[in-house]
Write a protein that binds this ligand. Structure first.
Ligand code: IMP
Length: 422
């Protein structure tokens, strides 16, 4: 079994790598997160942006599970499934929704958006999809789970009304929008009818797949430094985006994992607030000018910076990465000099590990080692040997600095623009 996850702040190109790897998989399990994620996959001229549905859905012989560690906006999922159906992608019998997954309800979105407004300059820059409040209801044990969509409609309506009433009781004082219980009940009743055939016991399904020797990929969403425990807290999402989260989210034990593929960009990006030591406006300008680095969920321009080896080295440790998949190498094709951050400077000290506090992290200054750019396109490369020598030097140096072997290299959005190292 293989975990595929992000080693930076999300948007590393996991969707594309998962799609390529799914050619040799029977199941893809989405472990955590919700429709804050946006996994983009391009197949020929067709472009798909998946938010909740695992990328394996684009391979007709692969089964998919949205596992219990994910949070599901029922109406969002219905829309996503309908969009796939319109594009002739079959989901019935192939896509399963774990009854254990918690629901993201309209009042969660109201809390997310209202709280962000209140934070003003200190805002986290969330996607506004209600992810944090849904996970927080789960943690304080008042959340509704996907399995409850199968309840008799009157009982589902009663439980929904109870949650909306509790929200409305404090909404005004907190600066949250009030929510109509009647509308919530109506919307959820419709979604429940649609989603009931997809419901399953996620843990039993996953374990049956393991027991019958199926080839399984676990899809992580977001990235290591958005993990609620290990990220740049509080500028994080509310789930566990690291390898441990892949196990709790799916109910598959750590002993069943043989391989952890860490996906990363050849440079760094992040969306939303929070520390970013190697951020560089000039690089951002260049990449945005090429039409790159706009968020697939919110359309926001991503913040851009140089490769940060301090950050990725920590991600390799946290996740037990067995190989790396480096994407977006072609984004650096036109550059004469390419800096890589090999250490941080903070209050006169040199750090080789990131500090605990985000406020200290934000004060760190990068120590760069500068590599020579290759100044030629890499997009036509189909083998490691096709890459310019300077690009091979750059990639090998990165692998050495972070302590994990190179596995897959990606030089464009297409399936064919992907090859193995060596
Ligand atoms: P939330 O997950 O919507 O609560 O947002 C919390 C932080 O995670 C914000 O900085 C978001 O921009 C970021 N974030 C959430 N999902 C993704 C993703 O899929 N890619 C990149 N950043 C994300």
């Amino acid at each position: 079994m293989t975990i595929v996850l992000g080693l930076q702040w999300g948007d590393e190109g996991k969707g594309k790598i998962l799609d390529v790897m799914a050619a040799e998989a029977d199941w893809v399990l989405r472990a955590q997160g919700g429709n804050n994620a946006g996994h983009t996959v391009e197949i020929g001229k067709e472009k798909y942006v998946l938010h909740l549905v695992p990328s394996g859905i684009l391979r007709s012989d692969v089964s998919c599970l949205i596992a219990g560690g994910a949070v599901v906006d029922p109406s969002g999922l219905v829309k996503e499934i309908e969009g796939l159906t319109q594009r002739k992608i079959r989901t019935r019998g192939r896509l399963h929704l774990a009854a254990q997954a918690h629901l993201v309800l309209p009042h969660h979105r109201a809390v997310d958006q209202g709280s962000e407004k209140r934070r003003g300059h200190g805002k986290i820059g969330t996607t506004g999809r209600g992810i944090g409040p849904a996970y927080s209801d789960k943690a304080i044990r008042v959340g509704l789970r996907a399995g409850e969509l199968a309840l008799p409609p009157a009982e589902l309506a009663r439980r929904l009304r109870e949650r909306v009433t509790a929200h409305n009781r404090v909404a005004r004082s907190q600066g949250w929008e009030k929510i109509s219980a009647t509308q919530t009940v109506r919307e959820m009743a419709q979604a429940a009818k649609f989603l009931r055939p997809y419901l399953a016991d996620g843990v039993t399904l996953a374990h049956r797949a393991v027991a019958s020797g199926k080839r399984i990929l676990i899809e992580g969403a977001q990235g290591t430094f958005l993990d609620v425990d290990h990220g740049t807290y509080p500028f994080v999402t509310s789930s566990h985006c690291t390898a441990g989260g892949a196990c709790t989210g799916t109910g598959v034990p750590p002993t069943a994992i043989q391989r952890v593929v860490g996906v990363l960009k050849a440079y760094t990006t992040r969306v939303g607030g929070g520390p970013f030591v190697t951020e560089d406006g000039t690089l951002g300008h260049l990449l945005h000018g090429m039409g790159r680095e706009f968020g697939s969920t919110t359309g926001r321009a991503r913040r851009c910076g140089w490769f940060d080896a301090v950050l990725v080295r920590r991600a390799v440790q946290l996740n037990g990465v067995t190989e790396m998949a480096i994407t977006n190498l072609d984004g650096l094709d036109g550059l004469e000099k390419i800096p890589v951050c090999v250490g941080y400077r903070l209050k006169g000290k040199i750090l080789s590990e990131p500090p605990v506090e985000s406020s200290d992290w934000a004060k760190c200054r990068p120590i760069y080692r500068v590599f020579e750019g290759w100044c030629e396109p890499t997009t036509e490369a189909r083998h490691w040997r096709d890459l310019p020598r300077k690009a091979r030097i750059y990639l090998s140096a990165i692998a050495g600095l972070v302590g994990a072997p190179l596995g897959i290299i990606s030089v464009g959005a297409g399936r064919e623009q992907t090859f193995r190292h060596g």
